[in-house]
Design a protein around this ligand. Structure first.
Ligand SMILES: Cc1ncc(C[n+]2csc(CCOP(=O)(O)OP(=O)(O)O)c2C)c(N)n1
Length: 423
């Protein structure tokens, strides 16, 4: 609800239509804004709220799959809890089924049910790190697969049916891929339904012991693209992506990893999920705000080690969360300092805007060291690959008194190295 946050603080509200199709629509919108501005100036003067809904991508579309978009043609059915699913199940045998596991806290019950389906049909499971469903048989880096697939390889990946459950997926290329499917039937298992029950029911209607060629196509591509990315990252110089790679490699087993929105979660998605870790992120809640508070709160009610991996701007935004008499000792914070909102340097559009560095990247004058210390947190800093391993060892060691590690990559070629991975 876009209106609610300012309802008590504004004298009026107007929302532009999502699509302004004609000059008349635009004229009407502008007149409404003019009226609202007059209202703002009428005594007693006060703020008004004009809302401009924007559709993504804001700048230029990603180089998406070459399949034509078929949004309107793809049928989408919501599968209601308790509904009779037998007609859908019968249809699935022999069809290529792409299962998308969205964000969730994982479940020991769902993983085996999904793995079982892989033996019974032409089934692929895509499960990003924040789905917390980890298996070597699942595709966990769809962004790399879809970026690397050539046109004819992409055709092999096209499903007949897409089944989605859980909350959102992060991979933009995956979203574009699904949107581009012309004929696929799309089923969404709604929140609250028993995913396991549904998967088991689906399995009963599939063949036994089939060779899952559909899965082989996906896995082969993932293997190839993952290897290519790993070789590239091994020789790439110190930068944000390389550092995130190293950090996620070294996090101790059993850690709950909180991924900051923005570049951090995108970088983490280019690295295979580790089965010994739990991954969380505040997706679809309050943008970059609140990441530190969430991690502090989660660590306070948990005995597991927690790691927050977060961008410098997000850290500064929510630094009040460091002010806590009971700051949890089991929480370590690694701040990826790339000198502001580095995500905007990764996108082509904003980089071409005038005043880009000032308004999009938003440099800040805050010393992360003084900020951490002012709230009583002990702080370390590293600015190269040499010291990173050592500092991480200290940070993650039993009883370490440090809680904040700044990984300064401001001198790294962060955007070049990220973009080259996809070129
Ligand atoms: C509350 C809020 N304000 C602003 C934004 C817009 N925004 C998206 S990413 C970003 C930059 C984040 O910078 P940082 O946390 O340093 O992460 P980086 O991109 O450098 O990894 C901003 C300002 C947002 N998503 N949420």
């Amino acid at each position: 609800d876009q209106r609610a946050p300012y309802f008590n603080y504004s004298k009026g509200f107007f929302e532009f239509p999502v699509q302004v199709r004609t000059p008349e629509d635009l004229q009407m919108g502008l007149l409404a804004v003019e009226e609202l501005l007059k209202e703002a100036m009428r005594g007693p003067r006060g703020p008004v709220h004009v809302n401009l809904p924007l559709t993504e991508p804001l700048y230029v579309p990603l180089p998406g799959p070459s399949l034509s978009r078929g949004n309107d043609k793809g049928k989408s059915n919501e599968v209601l809890p308790g509904a009779d699913l037998s007609p859908v199940q019968a249809d699935l045998s022999g069809k290529k089924v792409l299962i998308l596991a969205g964000m969730g806290s994982g479940s020991e019950e769902i993983c085996p049910a999904l793995e079982e389906l892989l033996n019974r049909g032409q089934v692929v499971v895509v499960a990003e790190n924040i789905s917390n469903l980890h298996s070597e048989k699942f595709i966990s880096v769809p962004e790399l697969v879809l970026a690397g697939a050539k046109t004819d390889e992409l055709k092999e990946l096209v499903p007949d049916v897409v089944i989605a459950f859980g909350l959102q997926m992060v991979s933009k290329r995956m979203k574009l891929f699904v949107n581009s499917l012309e004929k696929a039937e799309i089923l969404v298992i709604p929140e609250g339904a028993s995913v396991r029950e549904w998967l088991v029911a689906m399995g009963r209607n599939l063949d036994k012991e089939v060779k899952n060629l559909y899965q082989l196509s996906w896995l082969a591509l993932e293997e190839r693209e993952y290897l290519r990315a790993s070789v590239y990252l091994e020789s790439a110089p110190y930068c944000n992506l390389v550092a995130v790679h190293k950090i996620l490699e070294r996090v101790p087993e059993g850690t709950v990893v909180h991924l900051g929105n923005s570049t951090t979660i995108r970088n983490s998605q280019l690295i295979r999920a580790r089965s010994g870790l739990n991954y969380y992120s505040n997706r679809g809640t309050s943008g970059i705000d609140g990441s530190v508070s969430t991690a502090v709160g989660a660590a306070m009610v948990s005995s597991a080690p927690h790691l927050l991996l977060v961008g410098d701007l997000s850290f500064v935004y929510d630094s009040n969360a460091l002010w806590n008499r009971n700051f949890p000792k089991n929480l370590k914070i690694v701040v990826m300092n790339d000198g502001g909102g580095g995500i905007f340097r990764l996108l082509d559009g904003p980089g071409r805007m005038e005043f880009f560095e000032e308004f999009s990247v938003t440099h800040h004058p805050v010393s992360l060291e003084l900020l951490s210390q002012s709230f009583g947190r002990t702080y370390m800093r590293v600015d190269g690959l040499d010291g990173l391993g050592e500092q991480l060892e200290v940070l993650f060691s039993e009883g370490a008194r440090f809680s904040v590690l700044e990984v300064d990559t401001t001198s790294g070629e962060n955007s070049r190295i990220f973009k080259e991975l996809f070129s």
